[in-house]
Design a binder for this molecule. Structure first.
Ligand code: COA
Length: 373
């Protein structure tokens, strides 16, 4: 699209270069540094994917082991952060908790030089699940939990902290795959914000704090929570069918459907749908998955719209026992890898991101001093 013409929401505008991912590119689909999302979700772990995004290539066994040890060693939270988390009310949105926690960590362990960017990224990857779980348990039942577990990966660490016991291998794998799917997605809104912040030569905590605030909205990361609220409203597929038809006739947006870039399908959705089905069957669900499938079918039939990653992630997370308000924070745990990799890429070839606007205000006019108005 012509770069001189203004575009609503920057749709179709190429706003820079990246070597990190392709999204819906013909012949490639969704890839992270050249690897297909299908292969990564099938064979990799989230830590391998984070390493791939941050370092540029997959780790060998030794590099991965060393990274895991570093991450495990950074799950503890400084006292000042723990006491600040205790001040945040129970009815705060958990995304606000992470946004605040990220910003505060930036005061306690600031980025004094860009050479610290990888270490700080790992610190955030390790600390976000701890922050969220610490605040969650303290605000709900006054318990000051230990934020260190012996779980090898971030997926298991979070489930363990949340439920207070070691998760099953299958639940860890389901969560791990979800983290892989959420890790990176080119110039989406929150990543672009992180890059804009980095382009001013600001610090990485500011970039990630801004990205968290951007991810929070229901048109972006918040869609998984909104999708769950929708699915839970219906007791049966028949009720869901009627409810969606009513919503569409009111021209409501159905959260978890549609995408700015993908036109026919979101390749991540098929993967997470498989997990939602499997987890639902395991826990004896005979409602939520069936309702989800019906909503999917009605959206296809009525609007030719397809589910994006957020739609089936909602029921998958629910079956993993994650409370709905913690869904979007899970996205943060994962996308931190993508955001940070973009910050690093921006810094390596930086030019201030500062677009222009088409002016639509009044023509030049004569200023009349206050007393004469
Ligand atoms: N429910 C109902 N209709 C939808 C829809 C949805 N989820 N998503 C898009 N549409 C319709 C729009 O109303 C519009 O119809 P119109 O041309 O008759 O006005 C048409 O499809 C084009 O949509 P548009 O809003 O221009 O797409 P966009 O590229 O600006 O927005 C999203 C993309 C993702 C923001 C949009 O699809 C959406 O709001 N989805 C729900 C939120 C969501 O799931 N976000 C997570 C994204 S991963």
């Amino acid at each position: 699209m012509a770069s001189n013409a203004s575009s609503q929401g920057l749709a179709g505008v190429v706003a820079g270069e990246t070597a990190l991912s392709t999204v819906g590119k013909e012949g490639a689909g969704l890839t992270y540094r050249g690897y297909s999302i299908e292969d990564l979700a099938e064979h990799a772990t989230f830590e391998e994917v984070a390493y791939l995004l941050i370092e540029g290539d997959l780790p060998d066994r030794e590099q991965l082991d060393r990274m895991r040890v570093r991450l495990q060693g950074q799950r503890g939270l400084p006292d000042a952060l723990r006491s600040s988390l205790e001040l945040i009310p129970a009815n705060a949105h958990p995304m606000d908790v992470l946004r605040t926690g990220c910003s505060l960590l930036g005061c306690l362990e600031p980025e004094d030089s860009f050479e610290q960017q990888t270490a700080i990224t790992e610190r955030l990857l390790a600390a976000f699940p701890s922050m969220l779980a610490y605040w969650y348990h303290y605000s709900r039942n006054g318990r000051r939990i230990e934020t260190v577990t012996d779980e090898p990966g971030i997926a298991g660490h979070f489930l363990h902290l949340l439920h207070g016991r070691a998760p099953s291998e299958e639940h860890v794998r389901a969560m791990d795959v979800s983290l892989i799917l959420y890790a990176e997605h080119e110039f989406n809104a929150s990543t672009f914000v992180a890059r804009i912040t980095a382009s001013t030569l600001s610090d990485i905590y500011s970039a990630i704090t801004a990205a968290i605030g951007t991810l929070r909205g229901p048109l972006h990361g918040g869609a998984n929570e909104a999708a769950m609220a929708l699915i839970e409203r219906f007791e049966t597929p028949e009720q869901a069918e009627q409810g969606i038809l009513d919503a569409l006739s009111r021209k409501d947006k159905i959260m978890g459907f549609g995408h700015r870039v993908y036109r026919e399908r979101d390749p991540r959705s098929d993967i997470v749908q498989g997990w939602a089905k499997r987890l639902g069957a395991q826990c004896g669900d005979d409602r939520l998955y069936a309702v989800s499938e019906r909503i999917h079918a009605v959206m296809k039939r009525e609007k030719n719209l397809f589910p994006n990653l957020d739609f089936y992630s909602a029921s998958a997370y629910h079956f993993l026992g994650v409370p709905t308000e913690l869904f979007t924070p899970l996205f943060v745990f994962s996308r931190t890898a993508g955001w940070a990799a973009h910050v690093m890429e921006q810094r390596a070839h930086n030019r201030l991101i500062r677009p222009s606007a088409d002016y639509t205000g009044p023509q030049p006019r004569i200023f009349i001093p206050l007393d004469a108005r």
